[in-house]
Design a protein around this ligand. Structure first.
Ligand code: ATP
Ligand code: MG
Length: 319
């Protein structure tokens, strides 16, 4: 079993905790809104590690906000405000968004344009992906003829997401909603892949989480198009037949599976703490992904976020 994630390294919150995910904590702000606070926790192989990656939570939140803006005409999203809620701990700065509390759809909506990770593993076993038959001759990192909707179950903490066929999604949520999920997921992928391509980045795949309004409208929720939910590859140097360098947790996974870590993934033991060098390089990758996608250096973006979310000073009206 995966150990329960440690409490956030943030000051005690003045709001009731609704839930703690692997990376984010949700706090009840009343009126059907919540503060979604991204910690600096990092997970690998669905296990939350003991080591924190400085600024990771803030980078994920600011990058998600940027993508929500880019896709605003495509679908509504859950963001209500970027301002910190009153009395928020100082540690919440940059890493927090106020969102609508939605009824979440219990399917992880994945789109893939390239074959890698669990996708290539499934192809090698059965030449299919989520029940979709693929042509012969594909290899690690092959580009798919067209992007595919490859949904998974949404597992609880400690469990792994399992691939679902489209028929299983229909069974779980009904035909009309299943169709809507597929259409929205592929539309998000298409738009984001186009934007990323303009910046020299291939979007190999992405996972979105979707909630529903009381009137049934689909709303983009959770994080959007971050290195934790997506595989971004530098376009120059791309070539099928080998694993691509990516803007994500590759250093962490590589180190954990190398002899240097002394960790056996099959042992069920908690992984060891990450060495400083692995943390430093991983942090640099997240910052680089942010800058390449948004075109803005992280320090500049953070300074802007601070200025935008600062509590306005109360004007002095005394005479
Ligand atoms: P992972 O993202 O790695 O699969 P996780 O599901 O534990 O892990 P976190 O991102 O740490 O995810 O936690 C966020 C939780 O908040 C998720 O369970 C997500 O479904 C939920 N969530 C996100 N946005 C909303 C929203 N607007 N309304 C209700 N729940 C939400
Ligand atoms: Mg999540």
């Amino acid at each position: 079993m995966t150990p329960t994630p440690e409490p956030d390294p943030v000051d005690p919150a003045p709001y009731p905790l609704i839930a703690r995910g692997k990376v984010r904590s949700l706090y009840d702000l009343g009126d059907s809104t919540m503060a979604m606070v991204a910690s600096d926790r990092i997970s690998a192989f669905d296990i939350v590690l003991d080591t924190l990656v400085p600024d990771k939570g803030a980078v994920l939140t600011q990058l998600s906000l940027w993508w929500f803006d880019q896709l605003a005409d495509l679908a509504p999203n859950h963001v209500v405000s970027r301002q910190l809620p009153p009395g928020a701990p100082a540690d919440w700065a940059d890493r927090t968004m106020v969102v609508r509390r939605l009824e979440m759809v219990g399917v992880e909506c994945v789109a893939r344009g390239y074959l890698t990770g669990s996708g290539i593993r499934s192809y090698r076993e059965s030449t299919t992906l989520c029940g979709i038959a693929l042509p012969p001759g594909l290899t690690e990192s092959s580009r798919l003829a067209e992007p595919l909707f490859t949904p998974t179950t949404k597992a609880g903490v400690g469990d792994h997401d399992e691939p679902m066929t489209f028929a299983e999604v229909v069974e779980a949520v009904g035909g009309p909603l299943a169709e809507q999920l597929r259409e929205l997921t592929l539309a998000v992928y298409d738009r984001a892949a186009t934007i990323a391509a303009e910046r020299g980045i291939l979007l190999a795949d992405t996972k979105i989480e979707v909630g529903r309004d009381p009137d049934g409208t689909l709303v983009l929720a959770d994080e959007l198009l971050t290195p934790d939910s997506s595989r971004f590859w530098p376009a120059d140097g791309y070539g099928p037949g080998r694993v691509q360098p990516s803007y994500d947790k590759q250093f962490v996974r590589d180190w954990l599976t190398s002899p240097a870590s002394g960790w056996d993934r099959a042992s069920g033991q908690a992984p060891p703490p990450l060495p400083d060098e692995v943390v430093r390089r991983t942090r640099a990758r997240y910052l680089e992904a942010f800058q390449r996608l948004t075109g803005v250096p992280w320090e500049t973006a953070r300074a802007r976020s601070r200025a935008d979310t600062a509590t306005p000073e109360v004007p002095d009206v005394s005479i």
